[in-house]
Write a protein that binds this ligand. Structure first.
Ligand code: UD1
Ligand code: CA
Length: 470
């Protein structure tokens, strides 16, 4: 079959070794998150999706951190190479190109462009031009390398902002977004010949353009979307890029049949089924998967959770590393801590906290309760104010409530303890011993009513207060 791609193999070299001084951060620039993933994730993913045969990331600042992340996220598909001192983008590219195993074409680009997608690299990976670069036109070119052309409009060179010589050059709004493609042989030769003979005393990758021109290579220009290619240098640009990214993600979900209200935040990688509604101010992040026909109401925060079909999450519920099975109802103001497993059709109501607790189908804890380290059977009902006393100061213990049991309000279940099937714990009971199936557990002092005492007591207390006021 014929393909419009050249037959050669292409490597992507992504430069990500810089510190990113303008971020003013201990974290390396490319590890700053956007929509839940480090910046560098996106250009690497774009290169892989664009079909690059090898992907090499040049790391330097915070290299352990960046390398560890890339290995975890992409495994063996991505190779890293260390640029020991940051002598400039040209030096970084030397390291990258020298790490290529067996590709004869190379795509070199910067790692601080999170909005870049595979499609943006397509014309570069397909280009058969001896040398090609992307250019974009921006309103404010300050800080960028300018594309300088001759009278006939052919690209002459890139001149860095600090090396510009005239106002006419400074007025050029066509800039270098940083995508270059050529043969590995040309890059190897041109990069070896770079010198730090410039305002910043660095080795500039951008100098390979003049070298290509000097070698008589025709210089092709790659089509590029300006809005995705603006690099991130500070936290203002980071915030702007994240806003665009989140809008892109929300729109993709909308197109797939999800109602995403304005102001909801859905991070990259979250999966959502059709006819689910995500209300304003909801935050969905990490490895979160939400089924179909779910309602995630205002202010819910979901981190690494699985929500099955038909679930209702009422406002302001916080869920982490938990599973909520089909048609369950959570909230408002519920807190599901890690390893909670809420059964089908079960209810967790306001001010209920769960941790490492599994609820069977149809079980209910509707108000003000702490369910830690518990196993709750189907249809069990847990009254308001119930506490699983799971921690003795040294060890955690399990509370087991069998199916159809009823726990009256304001009970304390001192674990380890088991409430048998269908048993009934009377309101206000402190359960310290197992309750057999179908038994009633009750532990309270007998109530006594003293007739007419209320007004006598009040009179005595008022007198005491009056004496104090004198
Ligand atoms: C660079 C370009 C400039 C372009 C701009 C676009 C050069 C000389 N200049 O400038 O023409 O308009 O990007 O955003 O290339 N890096 C390394 N090792 C280094 C230095 C940088 O890996 O020694 C990496 C950085 O991590 C970053 C990328 O290269 O991802 C660009 O570096 P940066 O310092 O941001 O370059 P700019 O000064 O913005
Ligand atoms: Ca930059």
């Amino acid at each position: 079959m014929l393909s419009d791609r050249p037959m050669s193999k292409i490597a992507a070299v992504i430069l990500a070794a810089g510190q990113g001084t303008r971020m003013k951060s201990a974290l390396p620039k490319v590890m700053h998150p956007i929509a839940g993933r480090p910046l560098v994730h996106f250009p690497v993913r774009a290169a892989l999706e664009a079909g690059c045969d090898e992907v090499i990331v040049v790391v330097g600042h915070g290299r352990e951190h960046v390398t560890r992340y890339l290995a975890a996220a992409f495994g063996e598909r991505v190779k890293t190479v260390v640029q020991t001192t940051q002598l400039g983008t040209g030096d970084a590219a030397r390291y990258g190109v020298s790490a290529i195993a067996d590709c004869d074409r190379v795509l070199v680009f910067y790692g601080d462009v999170p909005l870049l997608e595979a499609g943006d690299l397509a014309s570069a990976t397909r280009s058969a031009a001896p040398f090609a670069l992307a250019t974009i036109v921006v309103d404010d070119p300050a800080g960028y390398g300018r594309i300088l052309r001759d009278e006939s409009g052919d690209v002459l060179e890139i001149r860095e902002h600090k090396d510009l010589r005239s106002d006419a050059e400074r007025a050029v709004r066509e800039i270098n977004p940083g995508i270059f493609v050529s043969s590995a042989a040309f890059f190897t030769e041109a990069l070896a010949a770079l010198s730090p003979n410039n305002a910043q005393g660095e080795l500039y990758l951008t100098d390979v353009v003049a070298a290509a021109r000097g070698a008589g290579l025709g210089i092709g220009v790659i089509e590029a979307r300006a809005e995705v290619l603006v690099g991130i240098n500070d936290r203002v640009q980071l915030a702007q890029a994240e806003e665009r990214m989140l809008a892109r993600i929300a729109d993709a979900h909308r197109r797939a049949g999800v109602t995403v209200r304005h102001g909801a935040r859905i991070d990259d990688g979250v999966v959502i089924g059709a006819d689910t509604v995500i209300e304003s101010g909801a935050v969905l992040r990490g490895d979160t998967r939400v089924g179909a026909g779910v309602r995630v109401d205002v202010g819910c925060v979901l981190t690494d959770v699985v929500i099955e079909d038909g679930v209702v999450l009422k406002p302001c519920s916080v869920l982490e590393k938990s599973l909520v099975r089909a048609n369950a109802q959570i909230g408002p103001f519920s807190h599901l801590r890690p390893e909670s497993d809420i059964g089908e059709g079960a209810h967790i109501g306001n001010f209920v906290e769960t941790k490492k607790t599994k609820l069977g189908p149809g079980a209910k804890a509707n108000h003000l309760a702490y369910l830690g380290d518990g196993l709750v059977g189907a249809r069990a009902n847990i009254g308001a104010g119930t506490i699983f006393c799971n921690y003795d100061g040294f060890l955690k213990h399990t509370t087991t409530i069998e199916e159809d049991a009823f726990i009256g309000s304001d009970s304390q279940l001192v674990a380890p303890v088991t409430i048998g099937r269908g048993a009934y714990v009377a309101t206000g009971t402190t359960v310290t011993r197992d309750v057999p199936a179908d038994a009633l557990a009750i532990s309270r002092t007998k109530q006594e009513n003293k007739e007419g005492y209320a007004s006598r007591i009040k009179a005595r207390m008022k007198a005491a207060k009056d004496r104090k006021a004198q």
